[in-house]
Design a protein around this ligand. Structure first.
Ligand SMILES: NC(=O)c1ccc[n+]([C@@H]2O[C@H](COP(=O)([O-])OP(=O)(O)OC[C@H]3O[C@@H](n4cnc5c(N)ncnc54)[C@H](OP(=O)(O)O)[C@@H]3O)[C@@H](O)[C@H]2O)c1
Length: 321
């Protein structure tokens, strides 16, 4: 999708359904924080929540939905299949539905194209005896996708998609899919714009969703001088520029906040001009390329400019893949 003149309030999925362009992120919202954040967001006008089983707070998210009194039918809810459930997809979905207290999801994503094998060390983040992640490198992801496609017939999900899939992985999946993923949710911000992935997905009608749009916790982006110059020019915060950038380039954006004031502020989009968009689009190519979300099990997923260098540095520091 080419740049548009102003950020749209919603996009259309390849299923025909509408998805609000801003959704509330819920990762790393601490216990006791997320129910009130969700309630406040829904009361402030949000109609889109981004959840996942691995965030281990879906029950609280459900409590927030209930407390808001906003009807379920008005909210777009996404959750994600966790890595230890690739061989039991419907079970994972059922657990999320029960925690959230809803009987369907608007969108269900494969969280990572990585299967972890649960063992006595952990049900969710298992490790081998040597401390390395218990990754099943031989797992056939087309099997997981077939199970996702089958969910559509149950009525428990309205759309299915993927998350953290590079072009290399999508090209492989394309050989067997019978349903085109509605969404690919990936890390997107001006330091990691993933232009090639976006062009590939645009061509096939797969909508990109931007996670970590603000650069996540301890963001390296918010103090960037070029970003701050654009913010000053429009009289807004750098966060508003980062959030507005994504819908304007054709991507859903998922800022997380548990602060009432920031939750409200993050729903306010501005229109960036062509110079702003060029600057934001070009930052990574000028040497600022950087990812902020780097779980070690995802090092070799085929993203441009991503894991090889960071993974080598982590290994050099005694880390395990
Ligand atoms: N699919 C995946 O693998 C994946 C991976 C990572 C994230 N996600 C999704 O994407 C969402 C967003 O990513 P994220 O949570 O990592 O990071 P983010 O939204 O980029 O940044 C969140 C951080 O920014 C702060 N913040 C929020 N609004 C702000 C504002 N207006 N000004 C300054 N700081 C602000 C938040 O603090 P306060 O809460 O204190 O405001 C928090 O520390 C997640 O919550 C999750 O739903 C998905």
């Amino acid at each position: 999708m080419p740049h548009v003149t102003q950020p749209p309030a919603s996009f259309q999925l390849n299923t025909g359904a509408s998805i609000p362009s801003v959704g509330l992120g819920t990762w790393q919202a601490k216990p006791g924080e997320v129910a009130s954040a969700v309630e406040h967001a829904l009361k402030s006008g949000y109609r889109h929540l981004d959840c996942a089983l691995i965030y281990q707070n879906e029950q609280e998210v459900g409590a927030g939905i209930k407390a808001s009194s906003v009807p379920r039918s008005e909210i777009f809810i996404t959750s994600k299949l966790w890595n230890t459930y690739h061989d039991k997809v419907e079970q994972c979905l059922d657990e999320s539905l029960a925690s959230l207290g809803v009987d369907y999801l608007d969108l269900y994503l494969i969280h990572w194209p990585v299967r972890l094998v649960p063992n006595e060390s952990s049900a969710l983040l298992p490790v081998n005896p040597d401390g390395s992640r218990a990754v099943d490198r031989d797992w056939d992801m087309s099997k997981t996708w077939a199970s996702m496609e089958a969910l559509l017939k149950t009525g428990k999900v309205k759309a299915v998609g993927v998350s953290n899939w590079s072009v290399a992985y999508l090209e492989k999946l394309e050989k067997t899919w019978t349903v085109v993923p509605a969404v690919n949710q990936v890390e997107l911000h001006p330091f990691n714009p993933q232009h090639k992935l976006k062009a590939w997905c645009d061509k096939r009608g797969i909508l990109l969703e931007a996670y970590c749009p603000l650069g996540s916790t301890n963001s390296p982006l918010l103090s960037d001088p070029e970003l701050n110059a654009i913010a000053d020019k429009h009289g807004v915060s750098p966060a508003t520029v980062l959030i507005s950038y994504q819908p304007q380039r054709g991507c859903v954006v998922l800022p997380k906040s548990v602060s009432a004031a920031r939750i409200e502020a993050n729903l306010h989009l501005i229109t960036l001009d062509a110079d702003d968009m060029d600057t934001l689009d070009g930052m990574a190519a000028k040497g600022k390329q950087q990812r902020v979300n780097t779980p070690l099990f995802g090092w070799d997923l085929g993203f441009e400019d991503w894991y090889p260098a960071q993974a080598k540095a982590m290994l050099a520091n005694g880390g395990y893949l």
